[in-house]
Write a protein that binds this ligand. Structure first.
Ligand code: NAD
Length: 424
């Protein structure tokens, strides 16, 4: 399983990948060797054995992890994934990447990640609930509204977050503490705007990139690979900015219409027909053709490893906005940089999700509910600034946007560690 801030990192050991990335960044920004040592290890790792009574009366023991990488800038933040291939090293790497992600958008949170080795598709709802509650109980002493605030990740969602919120609240004083976790359903403290947040974030970074390249959005043509949650909202919102969506795809195939699709109609069609294929006025193309279609903005919003050394030189766009995690391999990154394609890296382009999670936490702490407009306005402010910061760093370090985003993140975390000092 992969999840990238440096393009494809589908190596056997993601933690080694994360360390290598930190090492390269350290050289680039001349990082203090002591701070480098601190950042090379999570502050705390907890491994828990989780006995669960299965529906047939037998007992199964699952393994769960929580890795807390760094909290110099604020409480640890990061999702919990349920997957048979979860490993401790993957969780550790993801926790480090969360530290960078929160620092890139400059929200006062650090990086954490959790996981349980299990196949949730083979568990009944009751088994999933017992497993989730046992995990919540087992990590309850190291998470908390001011220490570590988990969230959903692969194969976890509102249901699991509700059980964790309830278990934690029962254990710690028996009153509702929604601020211990984000990604909750709205009725127990979830935030409006969360569903669209990732796509909205993508559209904000695209708008800012177009400004830097002096491209009016009215003249922009957009291609979206993967018309799912992130892809649909990104398409809808860049269309609202004036752009034309000329090609889209999903697992069943890709379609094109040079005159532009009406995104709302396309979303309706996709919901009814489970695919974009066959939409009126469209022509079928291959997925490979979709990626190399001439356009102003390419939004990969499906899977990792889509833009590789084999097709990077054929990519005919000015901006790539990585809604998906890890769609571009490192070799492809180099080719795109040489070809002056502006790549908005995943950590920045898809950070709308974590930013609205931060808003959810703030609302819960203050016992407030924000309007959707207010959420969107604040998201716009944060992501616009984050884009400009990374853009300036890429000019300052004369490097691509991906390296620049990690460099500015590491610098922010390093500064926090320095200011706080080492105690005792
Ligand atoms: P999703 O399942 O809603 O959508 C994925 C879409 O991609 C589907 O329409 C699917 O048909 C399509 N797809 C899959 N394989 C494809 C292929 N080979 N070619 C073309 N299309 C293909 O998922 P999502 O939540 O939109 O996530 C998409 C990506 O965005 C993932 O990489 C995810 O990690 C990343 N992401 C999502 C969020 C979020 O909040 N949804 C946040 C951060 C990152």
């Amino acid at each position: 399983m992969t999840n990238s801030v440096l393009g494809n990192n589908s190596v056997d050991n993601p933690y080694q990948m994360a360390l290598k990335q930190l090492e390269e960044t350290a050289k680039l920004i001349n990082l203090d060797p002591g701070i480098h040592k601190i950042l090379s290890k999570p502050k705390r790792i907890l491994t828990v054995s989780l006995p669960v009574k299965m529906d047939d009366g037998s007992i199964e023991v699952f393994t769960g992890y929580r890795s807390q990488h760094n909290d110099a800038r604020g409480p640890f933040k990061g999702g919990i994934r349920y997957h048979p291939q979860v490993t401790l090293e993957e969780v550790m790497a993801l926790s480090m990447w969360m530290t960078w992600k929160c620092a890139i958008v400059d929200i006062p949170l650090g990086g954490g990640k959790g996981g349980i080795i299990c196949n949730p598709k083979e568990l009944s709802k009751m088994e999933r609930e017992r497993l989730t509650r046992r995990y919540a109980y087992s990590i309850a002493d190291i998470i908390g509204p001011h220490t570590d605030i988990p969230a959903p990740d692969v194969y976890t969602g509102g249901e699991e977050m509700s059980w964790i919120m309830d278990t934690y609240s029962m254990l710690k004083g028996n009153y509702a503490q929604p601020e211990v976790i984000t990604g909750k359903p709205i009725s127990i403290g979830g935030s409006l705007g969360r569903t669209e947040a990732t796509g909205r974030g993508v559209s904000i970074t695209v708008r800012e990139a177009a400004k830097k390249l002096n491209i009016p959005m009215n003249d922009a043509t957009v291609v979206v690979q993967g018309f799912g949650n992130a892809g649909q909202f990104a398409a809808k919102l860049v269309e609202e900015q004036g752009a034309k969506i000329i090609a889209v795809s999903d697992t069943k195939g890709a379609i094109i219409n040079k005159n532009g699709f009406k995104t709302n109609e396309l979303i309706k069609y996709k919901n009814e027909n489970k695919s974009v294929k066959g939409f009126k006025g469209s022509t079928d193309i291959t997925n490979e053709d979709l990626l190399t279609t001439e356009c102003t903005v390419l939004i990969p919003a499906a899977l990792e490893n889509q833009i590789t050394k084999d097709n990077a030189s054929k990519i005919n766009t000015k901006i790539i906005a990585e809604a998906a995690n890890g769609p571009t391999t490192p070799e492809a990154d180099d080719i795109l940089y040489q070809n002056k394609v502006l790549v908005i890296p995943d950590v920045l382009a898809n950070s709308g999700g974590v930013t609205v999670s931060y808003f959810e936490w703030l609302q819960n702490l203050r016992r407030e509910y924000w309007t959707e407009n207010y959420v969107n306005e604040r998201l716009d402010g944060i992501l616009t600034k984050a884009f400009v910061d990374v853009y300036n760093a890429h000019l300052q370090y004369n490097t691509n946007m991906r390296t620049a985003s990690i460099a500015s993140a590491v610098q922010r975390v390093a500064e926090a560690i320095k200011l706080r000092g080492i105690w005792p």
